[in-house]
Design a protein around this ligand. Sequence first.
Ligand SMILES: *[C@@H]1O[C@H](CO)[C@@H](O)[C@H](O)[C@H]1NC(C)=O
Ligand SMILES: *[C@@H]1O[C@H](CO)[C@@H](O)[C@H](O)[C@H]1NC(C)=O
Length: 424
Amino acid sequence: MRWNLVLGVSLLSSLKVHGLIRFGCSQLVTERFDPLVTPGKVSPHVHQVVGGNAFNLTMDPANDLQALSTCTTCRFKEDKSNYWTATLYFKHPNGSFIRVNQMANHNTGPGLQSGGMTIYYFQPTGKFSIFPKGFRMTVGNAQRRSGSSKPANGPERSLSFRCFGSDPYNMGDGTPGSGSTDSFDLPKQPCAGGIRSNIYFPTCWDGKNTDSPDHQSHVAAPAGGPMAAGCPSTHPVVIPQLFMEIVWDTRPFNDKALWPKDGSQPFVFSMGDPYGFGQHADYVFGWEGDSLKRAMDQCTSGTGIPWDCKALTLQDVDTMNQCRQPVKVEEPVEAQWLPQLPGCNPIQSGPSPATVVSNCAAASTTLTFAPSPTVAPVVVTPPWTVCNANGNGAGGIEPNCNAYPGPTTAKGFEATPAPTVTPL
Ligand SMILES: *[C@@H]1O[C@H](CO)[C@@H](O)[C@H](O)[C@H]1NC(C)=O
Ligand SMILES: *[C@@H]1O[C@H](CO)[C@@H](O)[C@H](O)[C@H]1NC(C)=O
């Protein structure tokens, strides 16, 4: 089964013979930083961040992320981009919160990444442009507190959840966002194999602006939604389909005795969102030179296995996991029970949009740029294997654990100095 089947019939015609890269990125840092929405200030809520270690409180679009980064948590060394989302917490009946760990997705091995996400770039059919230097965008709305539970058609389908059942190898049916186990809000019942966020970024660009005040209006989704063709005339330039998946290890919290008695579900996003309608994600483009273009042009095997893409340079999962940033906001956000969500994020149940709490007493300026010791992110063993010990399985998309070529150097890639590893 190739990705075009996994992702649904609608992709067959448009994506079959075109470029696809799919790769894991482990956790760089989890903290209240959001250099797009609140540059220079501590963000109102916690984010989990992956990618290059030039991630910072402020990221000037003129920054040369290649020069400023010494490592990346992503599988391909050329990718010094940053990708981030809100974090998920479990609310205990006693009122305490604990961060839900993330785990490695299907077919991302060999090696288990610590936290993070899976990133996809799909090459569109026809003429398209690669993101220019300094490009950034967001998708979703952190304040949103209402919507329909079953994914609608069109752009609404950009943000959804998939509930994994007890068979670890059943990845569910249909294109993410339209499968039978997908929902637009957090699943209302326990998911034996965890919950996966499915996040599509827009694929149409105005062709001029690398950003916009709301970080969204310079891009648009096609009327038909994610993966569809046909950009509006206001945003005529087609860009690759950036898609991310985050697998939340909700397994430790599936005991119904720990669930709210009113029938609601117990997970809340870091911005005090008890539904998941406020799911959102941010992207800062940071690929080296023309590397992403090379990958889109040359990596057409359709398997999504990183080492089938000879245009890029691989690193192993241990190296990815060692690229980390020290936390710079002095507050606990993970690996322990918390009396409240970090920042000032009371649970706001809507349906009207959430409001930002004023006069927030949480840390806002107590930044330390001296590295403070941080707890190493948990490396969760998922219920599925991340590679196949007996060769390429699942019709070619399941990587052979024994075929991984080890770190490689892509043709045309100039080797950068060995990464400086942040002490654990
Ligand atoms: C982040 O920004 C601070 C303040 O400008 C600077 O001192 C620090 O070196 C930057 N860190 C990285 C990783 O670029
Ligand atoms: C809530 O329960 C957790 C798990 O048993 C415990 O660690 C935490 O201290 C409790 N919080 C309160 C306020 O009792």
